[in-house]
Design a protein around this ligand. Structure first.
Ligand SMILES: [Zn+2]
Length: 168
């Protein structure tokens, strides 16, 4: 996974959804970098997590997606408009084909950071990490309806963040 600081051109669908780069050095970036490290510690060599991902539609282990340079974590600050349901994380799956496979764009909305700003930082990091793991399950093929993406949290070390009411 890579964090987009401006070198990455997002896919057309991701662009329509206002996915943008993070600003280097921001508080949000500091949390995202720590979240990526926490995910590595809890999930990359976690057999239950790797097996769970491998049975999703794209048949890739968690670690394969984690180390995939073509999976990008983007940002969004644009408020939700009209009929758009508010989201914390979003994945656009229409990325272009590149030499190493296919590009995938994930975004974390600025409200996800804002809502948590009064929590202790380790808690903020853990919750943002859980959002990323959920989106990684969509990259792995979890459908946009149903429990599969959220259930990744159970298997990948983020049980405390699991929300059984989430579908999609
Ligand atoms: Zn989802």
């Amino acid at each position: 996974m890579n964090v987009n600081f401006g070198s990455h051109i997002v896919s057309p669908a991701a662009s329509t959804q206002h996915f943008i780069p993070f600003t280097g050095g921001s508080r949000e970036v500091s949390i995202v970098i720590k979240a990526i490290e926490l995910i590595r510690q809890r999930a990359c060599s976690n057999d239950l997590c790797n097996i769970y991902f491998k049975v999703l539609d794209n048949k890739r282990t968690f670690e394969e997606i984690y180390i995939d340079e073509n999976v990008w974590i983007n940002y969004r600050t644009q408020p939700f408009r009209g009929n758009e349901p508010p989201w914390q994380g979003q994945t656009a799956l229409d990325g272009k084909i590149v030499s190493g496979g296919k590009e995938y764009d994930i975004a974390i909305h600025s409200s996800s950071f804002f809502l948590r700003k009064s929590l202790p930082e380790p808690k903020q990091v853990e919750e943002i990490a859980a959002i990323i793991v959920h989106e990684m399950a969509h990259v792995a093929g979890a459908p946009n309806l149903g429990p599969q993406a959220e259930q990744a949290l159970i298997h990948c070390g983020f049980l405390a963040q699991y929300d059984s009411t989430i579908s999609g």
